[in-house]
Ligand binder design. Structure first.
Ligand SMILES: [Zn+2]
Ligand SMILES: [Zn+2]
Length: 428
């Protein structure tokens, strides 16, 4: 299929691009990163080069002349794109169909026709403003950050995708590209504030980002991962958040064959954590509150699923685990699990974004134990988990629904009544 190349007005973006490269605030430049056009350099090399030159030459001049968009002054050939979306206008919902505008396709952007979007518990927290203390919800709220779509247009500087390719978008759609964390492939920890797929400020529109509960999306190619041919697209979508969120700690703590890994919470994230840890040939234990999920945990390879309510079973497992991955989306008494860690081992929280409960300092001190947090992964790591899973036929267990079933699906997720991820068919 022939690429549809889109020209944009580079002259209009040159100043913003330059400001972005030296900005210390992501809000100024996040969307403008799309207009950097490092045609012969990858993104990291481009920014590194720009920063290195800054020491000896005027950075504004360098960036302006390096960005092909800045050189053309080509007329605008695209305008904002109307898209269908499903959002909520208040904390109490309900979700309803609405029309939104996606920004015009910039030189480094791809336009996706969204095929599938998973429903993550974070979507529910956001839509209901349950993180008001640190991340208040902007309405209308259009969540969704487990997105698989077909590329239908690419900006003229795009090199990674062509029309017809399948791309995936997770929790990030931009970052400053210049800070130490971005340069280390940890865009999720951008020191200037990453742009998240929903509810982040979006300079291009003056509004906020809208997620994947929609039929179209415009994203810089750097923030779109390749989806390998032949995979189950619907069951791959949850890997874009749940997959990388649980893969990243397994990577960071260098989980190795034969180690003992515990997965606390057995839902959307937890069931993928089990599959990933089993694929690493570890000895996996699931801790669940749902007796009805024990059979599934065993089928997925967890050796001895344990109910939280079984105090004797928990006690018998003291000091045995190399890594515990806590996927529970809210706070709970953690001490009972800290007790299960070996000397020097870590409990990593990837689910609860609120004050943690009941951890006694002496128990950390005694065993030199750690409690850590981890948030999704960078773009390189997101591509890595997609490729890792494609090579091993690892996918989420899903229930495919239509977008008009969101309201009911949210209730079922909150009631732990989904096996194990809802994925919406956005073409339905
Ligand atoms: Zn998520
Ligand atoms: Zn950054």
């Amino acid at each position: 299929m022939k690429n549809q190349k889109i020209e944009v007005n580079g002259g209009a973006t040159a100043g913003a691009s330059s400001a972005c490269a030296i900005s210390t605030h992501g809000k100024t430049c996040n969307e403008q990163n799309a207009d950097h056009s490092p045609s012969m350099l990858d993104r990291r090399q481009f920014f590194s080069k720009g920063l290195a030159l800054a020491a000896t030459a005027p950075l504004l001049t360098h960036v302006a002349t390096s960005a092909s968009a800045a050189q053309t002054g080509a007329p605008v050939a695209t305008s904002p794109i109307s898209a269908r979306a499903y959002g909520t206008k208040s904390t109490t919902g309900p979700f309803q169909a609405m029309e939104i505008q996606r920004r015009a396709v910039g030189p480094n952007d791809v336009l996706l026709d969204i095929l599938y979007c998973g429903i993550c518990h974070s979507d529910i927290h956001q839509a209901r403003d349950e993180w008001a203390s640190w991340n208040p919800t902007r309405f209308p709220s259009i969540p969704g950050h487990e997105i698989v779509g077909r590329v239908t247009a690419v900006g003229r500087a795009v090199t990674k995708f062509k029309v017809g390719d399948i791309g995936g978008v997770g929790c990030l759609v931009n970052s400053c590209g210049t800070c130490d964390n971005c340069l280390a492939d940890r865009e999720q920890n951008c020191l200037n504030g990453a742009t998240f797929t929903y509810n982040s400020p979006e300079p291009a529109t003056g509004g906020h980002t809208f997620g994947g509960y929609s039929d179209k999306m415009v994203v810089p190619e750097h923030f779109v991962v390749r989806i390998p041919a032949g995979v189950d697209l619907a069951a791959t979508a949850p890997l874009l958040c749940a997959g990388v969120t649980t893969f990243s700690p397994i990577q960071h703590w260098k989980v190795a064959s034969g180690q003992r890994v515990g997965v606390i919470g057995f839902g959307g994230l937890g069931h993928i954590a089990v599959k990933l840890a089993v694929a690493r040939k570890t000895d996996v234990t699931v801790f669940t509150t749902s007796p009805g999920k024990i059979g599934d945990a065993k089928k997925m390879g967890a050796r001895n699923p344990v109910l939280w309510s079984d105090a004797a079973a928990l006690k018998a497992l003291a000091n045995q685990f190399d890594l515990l991955i806590s996927t529970v989306p809210k706070a709970y008494p953690m001490q009972q699990f800290v007790n299960l860690l070996k000397l020097d081992a870590t409990l990593v929280n990837v689910g609860a974004m609120e004050a943690l409960q009941q951890v006694h300092g002496i128990d950390l001190i005694h065993g030199r134990k750690s409690i850590a947090g981890s948030m999704i992964g960078g773009m390189a790591e997101t591509q890595q988990v997609i490729d890792f899973c494609a090579a091993r036929n690892i996918k989420a267990d899903i229930e495919v629904i239509r977008p008009d079933q969101i309201n009911r699906a949210y209730e079922r997720v909150v009631n732990k009544d989904v096996r194990y991820r809802f994925v919406m068919d956005m073409t339905a």
